[in-house]
Write a protein that binds this ligand. Structure first.
Ligand SMILES: NC(=O)c1ccc[n+]([C@@H]2O[C@H](COP(=O)([O-])OP(=O)(O)OC[C@H]3O[C@@H](n4cnc5c(N)ncnc54)[C@H](OP(=O)(O)O)[C@@H]3O)[C@@H](O)[C@H]2O)c1
Ligand SMILES: *[C@@H]1O[C@H](CO)[C@@H](O)[C@H](O)[C@H]1NC(C)=O
Ligand SMILES: *[C@@H]1O[C@H](CO)[C@@H](O)[C@H](O)[C@H]1NC(C)=O
Length: 313
């Protein structure tokens, strides 16, 4: 008898917690239509990026999906065309770990597209081992930061011409454990996996703030966000103690990719954000990042150093 009561109590507490947690999740309520606008999304083959791309396609945007694996990309493009009833989708290949591949993509978009209104940088990796890229950069930092940084900068002219336009960068709450080591920007002095991820996510916020300031006049709205803890293949390379949460206990913490896509979608389309730039969001609301992300001196220095590293200066 007591055993049944105890089990019942545990179930009730679990359900109450779940309801409480799901009520805290931000939802994008905007009904904005994107007819006539062009959006570029990276990382659209799965997870959060897929849901962002699908949502923008449903809003009738012309969609450019930039993906690593072209076969996966084709499958996803057909799925989105069907689900969204939108044929206006272009598939592009890019390896964000390669600066020449990023340049090629930006060149093609610049040449072929008459405008770019929205750029959503979603693609990202974690848990990978150390590998030096062809540009002599550490791969996690290159994929998460330098590649998207270069892509964004090369598309800026298009974005400025389409103003008011938007850039959305997906970062992570894990930036709070990061720090920028200016002696190790190529990751050649030392390497520690979680740090490379944390530092790259911190770099995204710093660059968003710095560029947000620079782009204000031009009418390009730039923001970044933490999507929440999302159950995606992103977890595959994570240590067991993180993956463990994908068991039933994890049901409390992990959200679905569609839920995880809400804040990036909000930043890409909502009228509520049209006058806010250079900021960090979570749950579709303004949020305050960790204090190392608010250091304007580090931000400026990082952007300048990164421009040199990716060959923009
Ligand atoms: N999941 C979370 O809990 C969480 C929390 C905080 C922040 N985030 C951030 O959210 C973003 C998306 O994560 P997710 O959870 O949706 O992960 P995911 O399901 O693993 O998706 C990652 C995407 O990035 C693409 N990608 C990986 N390497 C690439 C490369 N070299 N060039 C081009 N594209 C590449 C992948 O393409 P392929 O499919 O072809 O490999 C895939 O589409 C990441 O930036 C991540 O840091 C996630
Ligand atoms: C994020 O946003 C700003 C846009 O101003 C951009 O310059 C930066 O490179 C973007 N991407 C990353 C990965 O930081
Ligand atoms: C996470 O996603 C996988 C694959 O889609 C699914 O099998 C699993 O039940 C999910 N776990 C949680 C906690 O949502």
């Amino acid at each position: 008898m007591y055993l049944y009561l105890a089990i019942l109590a545990v179930v009730v507490v679990f359900l109450l917690l779940k309801v409480h947690i799901s009520r805290m999740k931000g939802v994008c309520r905007s009904e904005a239509d994107l007819t006539g606008k062009t959006a570029v999304v990276t990382g659209a083959t799965r997870g959060i990026g897929y849901e962002v791309a699908l949502d923008l396609a449903r809003r009738n945007a012309r969609l450019i999906i930039a993906c690593l694996n072209i076969d996966e990309g084709n499958r996803v493009m057909e799925a989105i065309q069907k689900l969204a009833g939108n044929k206006n989708i272009v598939l592009k290949q890019v390896d964000l770990a390669s600066l020449s591949s990023v340049r090629k993509l930006a060149g093609e978009i610049t040449e072929e597209e008459s405008r770019v209104d929205i750029l959503v940088n979603v693609a990202g990796v974690a848990g990978l081992p150390r590998r030096e890229t062809e540009d002599k950069l550490e791969q996690t930092f290159a994929i998460n930061f330098y590649g998207p940084f270069l892509l964004t900068n090369l598309l800026l002219d298009k974005l400025k011409k389409a103003a008011p336009s938007r850039i959305v960068n997906v970062t992570s709450i894990a930036h709070q454990w990061g720090a920028i080591d200016f002696d190790n920007l190529r990751g050649d002095k030392w390497f520690l996996m979680p740090r490379s991820y944390f530092d790259s996510k911190l770099a995204i916020i710093l660059a968003t703030r710095e560029m947000g300031r620079q782009l204000k006049e031009a009418g390009v709205i730039v923001n970044c966000c933490h999507p929440g803890s999302v159950n995606t293949s992103f977890l595959d390379n994570m240590p067991f103690f993180v993956r463990m949460f994908t068991t039933p206990i994890g049901l409390l913490f992990w959200r679905t990719p569609r839920e995880g896509a809400q804040t990036p979608i909000h930043l890409a389309v909502s009228e509520d954000v049209k006058d806010i730039t250079g900021e960090y969001f979570s749950e579709c609301k303004l949020d305050k990042p960790a204090k190392q992300a608010l250091d304007d001196v580090v931000a400026r220095k990082l952007v300048e150093a990164s421009e040199k590293l990716v060959g923009l200066q």
